[in-house]
Design a protein around this ligand. Structure first.
Ligand SMILES: CC(=O)CC(=O)SCCNC(=O)CCNC(=O)[C@H](O)C(C)(C)COP(=O)(O)OP(=O)(O)OC[C@H]1O[C@@H](n2cnc3c(N)ncnc32)[C@H](O)[C@@H]1OP(=O)(O)O
Length: 273
């Protein structure tokens, strides 16, 4: 989702620094961004000169130090609490702006856990985007118990006024608003497939043609990434101990097998990249 967030911010006229863990990941991210810009160009959503201007506003780096002077930093790494807390601890040391906003795009990890990894928990907030970021209008704004009202207002203004998204506020509970409703539905679809009740295409067609969903639940799992679904389910299960949030064995096996959905070429469906 990081590339989608960077794209939306650059198209909105902001100066954006993108950091990836190594050169390979950086190149892959740059390619994703370029092809998404090209898609917007083909679809007539952006002119060639606006695309070039947006691309010129993006810088790519492997160094976290590039964020020293930033107003807003949005973390969008894998759903792993330990890694996210480590990144927030490092960002706290690296970002020199005293009033910077430290945001996480986490779907399910408590913002409080990330806030207390810094010396500035009042400046840490959830800014949660949805896939595909350039298309979905919603952003969830998630203050922790220690987030200041100034930070929440700045996060809302960043998402709504700067990026043109629509915001809702959520309490800092795993899953927030949308995933608390969506993830049990997606896990139910996986359990239905696992139980042999119906084929993947039939489950997907059922919800698309019967309930007018834009895509079926198994295709949506593939779009989000099966590792991400597992990470979100694990966080929600850890928080509430509700069986409906427990990742089904089929999901666990597919993640172990590297069948992660669109990004790996195969999940519940197969994709050509
Ligand atoms: C896990 C979490 O924490 C959070 C989450 O992300 S939960 C997931 C939330 N997302 C969803 O539920 C997605 C539901 N699905 C959809 O909205 C749609 O199926 C979809 C937008 C993904 C694709 O739509 P579609 O009609 O099947 O395909 P398509 O016609 O190719 O695309 C529709 C539009 O979206 C654009 N689009 C599709 N994928 C895109 C992408 N990856 N990037 C940019 N634009 C994209 C297309 O250009 C097209 O735009 P126009 O209508 O202006 O031409």
């Amino acid at each position: 989702m990081g590339s989608g967030i960077a794209e939306v911010a650059a198209r909105a006229g902001l100066d954006v620094a993108v950091r990836e863990i190594n050169e390979g990941a950086l190149e892959a991210g740059r390619k994703r961004l370029t092809s998404s810009f090209d898609r917007a160009l083909r679809g007539g959503k952006i002119s060639e000169s606006d695309r070039d201007a947006a691309l010129a506003r993006l810088t790519f780096t492997t160094e976290l130090e590039a964020f020293a002077d930033r107003d807003v930093v949005v973390e969008a790494i894998a759903e792993n609490e330990r890694l996210k807390a480590e990144i927030f601890g490092t960002l706290d040391k690296v970002v020199t702006r005293p009033d910077a906003i430290f945001a996480s795009n986490t779907s399910s990890i408590p913002i409080m856990k990330l806030g207390v990894a810094t010396s500035r928990p009042e400046q840490v907030v959830g800014i949660h985007f949805f896939n595909p970021v350039p298309v979905q209008k919603l952003v969830e704004i998630v203050p922790s118990l220690l987030t200041s009202e100034r930070t929440v207002a700045a996060a809302e203004s960043f998402a709504a006024e700067a990026l043109g998204k629509q915001t809702i506020r959520s309490t800092d509970r795993a899953g927030f608003v949308v995933n608390a409703l969506l993830v049990p539905f997606l896990l139910s679809a996986i359990r239905m497939l696992e139980a042999g009740l119906a084929a993947a295409d039939d489950i997907d067609n059922g919800m698309v043609l019967g309930c007018a969903h834009p895509m079926g639940p198994l295709k949506l799992c593939d779009l989000i990434g099966l590792d991400t679904i597992k990470g979100v389910a694990d966080s929600m299960y850890a928080e509430f101990k509700e069986p409906l949030y427990a990742a089904p064995p089929l999901l666990l096996r597919m993640v172990d097998a590297g069948l992660l959905g669109r990004k790996s070429g195969r999940g519940f469906h197969t994709y050509t990249r």
